[in-house]
Design a binder for this molecule. Structure first.
Ligand SMILES: O=C(CO)[C@@H](O)[C@H](O)COP(=O)(O)O
Length: 254
């Protein structure tokens, strides 16, 4: 029996076509019907023709949420931990008080050395720098084996193409020069975000460095979904919640 050809037109970040085939159905010309965006939910109607009769199915595609990730690097807490070992202890003590998702950005030369310790300490995700490891795929597997998500950070001068082989296995972070907070937001890094978003419409892409209420929409429009924010939050003691809410609101304004 010939095949039926389907395709889905999804408008989450960019219009994109997914072609897939099903065995055993009549070959027909596929139609894409209206995409509806209602209350942040995109519905794709997949049309197909079979024996010259068009039927449709509605698929609901939830766009990725926009997440604010406060970075403790530039906060009073950070004074407690200026080495990976101290950071591990800090995570252990933090974990006793909260079940919040903790993403540890390991700006260290031998991240593999810390995987087991940070998993035991209660980290949910480890971000390592592509520039710091010989075999990123092996480290990603090690992080996954310890029950954590894996993310790759790349420095401004590192080409975005260098992470393409790993995009199926990680979240992604694009960052300023690693190691310290308070740097300026790098608008010229946004084409990297757009490049990855085009390749991976459903990948969580983090932007880190100088993000604040005035520029977060730039990163969001480029396709970022998680925003690492340090100074813009922690330089306003007592106003954290209001700032995080404003960040989240501005990230959603596209
Ligand atoms: O993690 C890094 C650099 O490695 C910093 O970019 C911060 O964590 C974010 O700091 P701010 O720029 O928001 O102060």
């Amino acid at each position: 029996m010939p095949k039926t050809m389907f395709f889905i037109l999804k408008r989450d970040y960019e219009w994109r076509y997914e072609w897939f085939y099903r065995q055993g159905l009549t070959t027909g010309k596929a139609y894409v019907l209206l995409i509806e965006e209602k209350i942040g939910v995109t519905s794709a109607f997949v049309g197909r023709s079979q024996d010259h009769k068009i039927t449709t199915q509605q698929h609901t595609i939830m766009p990725l949420p926009k997440l604010i990730a406060p970075s403790l690097l530039n906060s009073d807490f950070a004074k407690l931990a200026d080495t990976a070992a101290q950071m591990k202890e800090f995570i252990e003590s933090l974990r006793k008080h909260t079940d919040i998702f903790i993403d540890c950005h390991l700006m260290v030369t031998d991240p593999a050395r810390w995987v087991k310790d940070f998993a035991k300490a209660g980290a949910n995700s480890l971000t390592f720098h592509l520039e710091a490891v010989e075999d990123p795929a092996k480290l990603i597997d090690l992080i996954h084996e310890h029950g954590m998500k894996a993310a790759i950070g790349i420095k401004p001068k590192t080409s975005v193409e260098s992470v393409v082989p790993f995009l199926d296995k990680v979240d992604m972070i694009l960052t300023v020069e690693p190691g310290f907070g308070g740097q300026s937001f790098m608008t010229d890094m946004m084409p990297k975000v757009e490049f990855i978003r085009q390749k991976k419409p459903d990948l969580n892409i983090q932007v880190d460095g100088g993000v604040d209420t005035k520029n977060i929409h730039i990163a969001s429009k480029a396709g970022a979904t998680t925003f690492v924010v340090g100074s813009a939050i922690f330089k306003h003691p007592g106003k954290y919640e209001a700032i995080v809410n404003e960040l989240r609101e501005n990230a959603s304004k596209l």
